[in-house]
Ligand binder design. Structure first.
Ligand code: AMP
Length: 202
């Protein structure tokens, strides 16, 4: 199964994608994670763009994605989280693979800002928490490995606003062009997951 999750930052795409990938036995492909994990030349090229809240160039992003989709874990399918981010990327995606379903996870801007302001991740194992919606058992400490929880460099209020603007201007138009199902992302993690599984007939 080949799925695409579309939604603003803070809509829970990453959280839902991880759960779905485990449940369906397919790969979770987050282009943001791929870029943040970049090394060498690529790291230098993308770091500044990411921290400003802007998008990295489409061609570069597609090259990184194509490499990732060759991974053995993508054989049974994948969930794309963070790609496509604009209509051009959606067209590029159609030229490299078919997609079974586009799923929109919808939340308001106010909710996105509220959630992103509280988002933290473990610097050791990458596990995500949210001081507002999904707090760790002990403040600042990862439940899973005991590592330190830190805010992402692009989760400053200024960068969050820039990313939401980019979402409305560039990403949302994809939803006008591609048939998709819409789920309400303001419900709990479990409820959103259930709704997605329902639309997938699982
Ligand atoms: P995310 O983790 O999805 O919020 O992505 C973090 C940052 O990575 C974004 O703000 C962009 O700078 C970059 N990025 C992620 N996915 C894409 C994409 N499909 N196209 C361009 N830039 C991207």
């Amino acid at each position: 199964m080949k799925l695409v999750l579309v939604g603003p930052q803070g809509s829970g795409k990453g959280t839902q994608a991880k759960l779905l990938a485990a449940k369906l036995g397919i790969a979770h492909v987050s282009t943001g994670d791929l870029l943040r994990g970049a090394q060498g030349e690529l790291k230098k090229e993308v770091e500044e763009v990411i921290n400003s809240g802007k998008l990295v160039p489409d061609e570069l992003m597609l090259d990184v994605l194509k490499e990732r989709l060759k991974g053995g874990d993508c054989k049974e399918g994948f969930i794309l989280d963070g790609f496509p981010r604009n209509v051009r990327q959606a067209e590029m995606l159609s030229s490299v693979t078919e997609v079974d379903k586009y799923i929109e996870i919808a939340i308001s801007d106010e909710e996105a800002v509220r959630r992103l302001g509280g988002r933290v991740a473990c610097e050791k194992c990458g596990a995500g928490f949210n001081t507002v919606t999904m707090p760790p058992k002990q403040e600042g400490i990862c439940d899973k490995c005991g590592g330190k929880l830190v805010q992402r460099a692009d989760d400053t209020e200024e960068a969050i606003r820039a990313r939401l603007k980019t979402y409305h201007e560039e990403t949302e138009p994809i939803l006008e062009k591609y048939e998709h199902v819409k789920v309400n992302g303001e419900k709990s993690v479990e409820e959103v997951q259930e709704e997605i599984l329902k639309v997938l007939g699982k």
